[in-house]
Design a protein around this ligand. Structure first.
Ligand SMILES: Nc1ncnc2c1ncn2[C@@H]1O[C@H](COP(=O)(O)OP(=O)(O)O)[C@@H](O)[C@H]1O
Ligand SMILES: [Mg+2]
Length: 236
């Protein structure tokens, strides 16, 4: 069992305008774990991620990172404290080169990020070949590698990924899963990822939280991470 808790979320609430979306989300992620957050479209997975990185103000509950309450910190401050964020749809800076995108990641992240671009190029050789290419001209899979690299240059303790497999061909998804597992092994990075793709959930996820209507309604422990139980939870 992991004794050190990296992320502890309790009773998290959020809304868009007057519409409540998150209605008390609880989850805990231990050091070095790779955890999936699953659930159908529209249940609040992305909203949860946005609250965790601080892009959406919470209306209740608490978020603790490595024992510190970060609920009221800005997203910049959270990044400096060690959260890396890979948003749904990637959102790389299309008019900047690969190298410039990574530079932005360094500026935002800032935790011992001096040698990190070279490290990113080691994990994703494709990016090394394309350092000077404009990000917007790359394929979806390459942009996803760049979005992960941009988070990685901040040397995050916790990496949040929102549907990393979305719109990407299976062989590249496989590559990305392999690299993320290697990063965890090499650097001890803790990973929480949102996913709907069964193969990706099973490939990386060691445990899973199941979300429905703005709440965690179930979890799948390590002994039950198989296609049948993930499918049954996704079809609630
Ligand atoms: N910017 C927004 N303004 C208003 N409603 C939103 C916004 N973003 C998402 N929603 C709504 O919040 C709910 C949860 O969305 P989201 O967190 O994106 O779900 P998921 O990532 O699980 O598919 C959905 O009903 C969605 O329509
Ligand atoms: Mg989403």
């Amino acid at each position: 069992m992991n004794t050190e808790v990296v992320l502890e979320v309790q009773g998290l609430r959020a809304a868009y305008g007057e519409t409540p979306i998150l209605q008390g989300v609880d989850l805990t992620v231990g050091k070095g774990e790779i955890i999936a957050l699953i659930g159908r479209n529209g249940v609040g997975k992305t909203t949860t991620m946005r609250c965790l990185i601080g892009l959406l103000r919470t209306r209740g509950g608490s978020i603790r990172l490595l024992g510190h309450d970060i609920t009221s910190l800005s997203s910049d401050a959270r990044a400096r404290r060690g959260i890396g964020y890979v948003p749904q749809g990637r959102e790389v800076f299309a008019r900047m080169t690969v190298a410039e995108n990574l530079m932005v990641g360094e500026l935002v992240g800032g935790r011992d990020s001096k040698k990190q671009p070279e490290l990113v190029y080691q994990y994703f050789p494709r990016l090394a070949e394309r350092r000077t290419q404009l990000a917007g001209t790359m394929s979806g899979g390459e942009q996803q590698q760049l979005a992960i690299g941009r988070a990685l240059v901040g040397n995050p303790a916790l990496m949040l990924l929102d549907e990393p497999s979305e719109g990407i061909q299976p062989s590249i998804v496989q590559l990305i899963c392999n690299v993320l597992r290697t990063i965890r092994k090499d650097l001890g990075t803790t990973i929480l990822f949102v996913e709907q793709n069964l193969d990706t959930i099973l490939d990386m996820g060691e445990r899973a939280y199941v979300m429905e209507k703005g709440r965690i309604v179930g979890n799948i422990d390590a002994d039950h991470m198989n296609a049948a139980s993930v499918r049954s939870h996704l079809m609630i």
